[in-house]
Design a protein around this ligand. Sequence first.
Ligand SMILES: Cc1cc2nc3c(=O)[nH]c(=O)nc-3n(C[C@H](O)[C@H](O)[C@H](O)COP(=O)(O)O)c2cc1C
Length: 383
Amino acid sequence: MHFYSEFTIFNLLIPVYSNERKPQALSAGQDMKVSKRKKEHVEIALKKDVRFRNKTSGFEAFDFIHCAVPEMRFEDVDTGVEFLGKSLSFPFMITAMTGGYTGARAINRALAEVCREEHLALGIGSQRQIMENGDHLDTFRIARETAPGAVIIGNIGAAQLAQSRDREAFQRMADLIGADAVAVHLNPLQELLQREGNRDFRGVLKGIGWLVKILKIPVIAKEIGCGISEKAARLLLDEGVVYIDVAGAGGTSWAAIESFRNGKSGHAAAFRDWGIPTAVCLETVSRIPQARIIASGGIENGITIAKALAMGAELTGAAFPILKAHADADPGKLAGLVGDWREQLKMVLFLTGCRNTDELRRSRPLMRIHPPDCRPESSGEPR
Ligand SMILES: Cc1cc2nc3c(=O)[nH]c(=O)nc-3n(C[C@H](O)[C@H](O)[C@H](O)COP(=O)(O)O)c2cc1C
C-alpha cells in the first residue's frame, strides 16, 4: 500500500564525509551557555505556542477501515510489544528531551517513574556535557536510578559525533545511564538557527558508522521534527543504524522554539513550517524493506499511534505532549495521558479486528479519506 504516492520527497541535504577532527571540550563559559539553552528550550516549549503553524503530521488524511465484526473479546486484545529485549505495555517511548541543567533532574525522574510504572521506553536529552566534562551527571543518571528495568536510550548530536572519535567518552556516555541504545540526533535546521549552532555537518554519516562499530548496543538515528526522507534513511541504514526515528513535521517546531530564543532576529520564523510531515516520512521510509521505524513528531493520541503502526512503524514516540502533561499541576496527569493512549490503541485494534499490533502492522487497515493538505484546523488556540 503506498500512501502519498504523488509526493515527490525533497532530497534532504546530506552532509558529506570529511577528515576526522579533534574533539572540542566545552569551556566553563560554554558549558553554562549549554545549560542555559537547555533550560530555555523546556521553558519556551511550555510557555509559548511552538507548534507548526501551516503544516500537520499528515495523519488526518487517513482513517481506519472499521470492522463491524471483530469476533473477539476486548479483554483479549494485547497492546504489548518487545523493544530492545524488554517488554513494553504498548509500542511507545518518551523521546529525548532533557538533562544538563539543575531543573532537568526532576523532569527526568518524573519521566522515568512513568516509564517504570507504565512499562514504556525513555529517551534522555543530549548528553554532550557529560561526555566532555562530567557536569550535571546526576540529571541524566537519575533516569536509570529511577527505572532500573526500563528501556533507556542515550542521546548525542550528529554534529558533535562528526567531530569526535573519543571512543571512551561515547562508551562512558552509554554506560552512565545503562543505555539500551543510543540515539544520534540529526538537527541541521536547529543548528543553522541557533546563534551558537554548529554549521559543519561534514563527516556525520561516517561518525555514525564509527559509533555503530564501537558501541555494543544499537544506534538509533533521529531527527527532531523535520523528518527523515527515504534517501536519508537509506544512507543511515548503510552505516548500520538499527532504528530510524523519523521525528517528522507536525508536532513541535524547533524553528518556532529558536525564534522565541532569538527574538525577531534571524530566520527562525521563516522556517517554522520546514520539514517532512511524519505520515509522509512513514510512507516513504517504510518502502525500505530492512528499515525498522520509530514514528514520532506530532503523535498526539492512541489513534495517531495506531495509524503510525499501520503505516509501518514498530514503535511510536512523543516529546512535547509528555512534557506538557508532566508540567500540569495534577501529578497524575502524565500517567493518565499514557494510560489513555494505550486504551485508545487497544480500542483501535478491536475496532479493526486485530488482536495485537503485529496484526495491525500486517493488515494495514487504513483508507485515505482526503488528500493531505497539511494544514492544521485553525482553532487559533495555543496548545
Ligand atoms: C523541550 C524539548 C527538548 C528536546 N531536546 C532534545 C534532545 O536533547 N535531543 C533530541 O534528540 N531531541 C530533543 N527533542 C526533540 C524530541 O525528541 C522530538 O524529536 C521532537 O520534539 C518531536 O516530537 P513531538 O512533536 O512529540 O514534540 C526535544 C524536544 C523538546 C520539546
